[in-house]
Design a protein around this ligand. Structure first.
Ligand code: IPD
Ligand code: CA
Ligand code: CA
Length: 261
């Protein structure tokens, strides 16, 4: 298996152990914004991941959410979310993960996402398939939005400006339901292994999506933005799906955007 992916997996497991340990202790929470939380565990996890990546791949760039990376312009760049789902973590809801993705010239090529409470390790490298705890995973066979379970998330910054509640409402009326689980990297992995049939969100960052994108695509899924255009890391919106419901989701999203004008 891919050398980079192997290392990402090892580091994700190591950082996951830090999170699991922190999850069982009283938490020190501070605020980066109105409801944007950060804990000691975010910082400890990030310090470990960044130190390991710097040591192993000194020529690679690193972008890490809590600012510990080095925004190097490099062919290979790691995008690290040391704790995706901080709000869940802080409230004792066991839905959070470490996400470590690698992009080559801006294109995601490998990623590992680890939920240490459920002991679920999702991993993929470009051209080598997607795996959950070593078992091959694939997206769902669901053909219609009406029989889909879909997911979204809401930003913690500028949330009063987000129109996503309209999308949440409309997709709720047109599907089996919309989940809001609070960890975008895990939402992408849930599409990859067929738990969700589609996931959309506005305003995600490269550390939320780089690993998950490879995992979805290698599981046979489809990634675009909500206009159906290619998704670029850090772009304004993302849609991940099993591919079969992608067009229908895009059509509904276009209708919602039109009605809002
Ligand atoms: C957040 C989670 C959440 C999503 C937010 C993200 P964080 O990441 O992924 O599900 O809705 O947009 O910022 O802050 O917990 O790493
Ligand atoms: Ca995140
Ligand atoms: Ca985070």
């Amino acid at each position: 298996m891919n050398e980079y992916l192997n290392r990402a997996i090892e580091i994700a497991r190591e950082a996951g152990a830090i999170l699991r340990e922190g999850f069982n202790r009283p938490k020190q929470i501070s605020y980066k914004g109105e409801v944007d939380l950060v804990t000691e565990s975010d910082k400890r996890s990030e310090a470990l991941v960044v130190a390991r990546l710097r040591n192993d791949f000194p020529d690679h760039g690193i972008v890490a959410e809590e600012g510990g990376g080095a925004q190097a312009v490099a062919k290979y760049c790691w995008h690290v979310d040391p704790l995706d789902g901080t709000t869940n973590f802080a409230h004792g809801y066991p839905c959070f993960a470490v996400s470590i993705g690698l992009a080559e010239n801006g294109h995601p090529i490998a990623g590992a996402v680890f939920n240490p409470v459920y002991d679920e390790l999702f991993a993929a490298a470009r051209g080598e398939g997607a795996y959950l705890n070593g078992e091959r995973i694939r997206v769902s066979p669901v053909e219609k939005l009406a029989t889909s379970l879909v997911a979204t998330g809401f930003p913690t910054h500028q949330r009063k400006k987000s129109a996503n509640i309209n999308y949440y409402w409309q997709f709720t009326l047109r599907s089996h339901g919309v989940r809001r689980d609070g960890a975008a990297a895990l939402d992408l992995c849930a599409v990859a292994c067929g738990r969700f049939d589609a996931f959309w969100e506005f305003g995600l960052k490269s550390w939320d999506t780089t690993a998950g994108i490879v995992i979805v695509e290698e599981a046979g899924g489809c990634i675009t933005d909500l206009q159906g255009q290619p998704y670029h890391l850090g772009g304004p919106s993302i849609l991940a799906s099993n591919g079969r419901v992608h067009r229908e989701v895009l059509e509904v999203a276009a209708g919602i955007a039109k009605d809002a004008q």
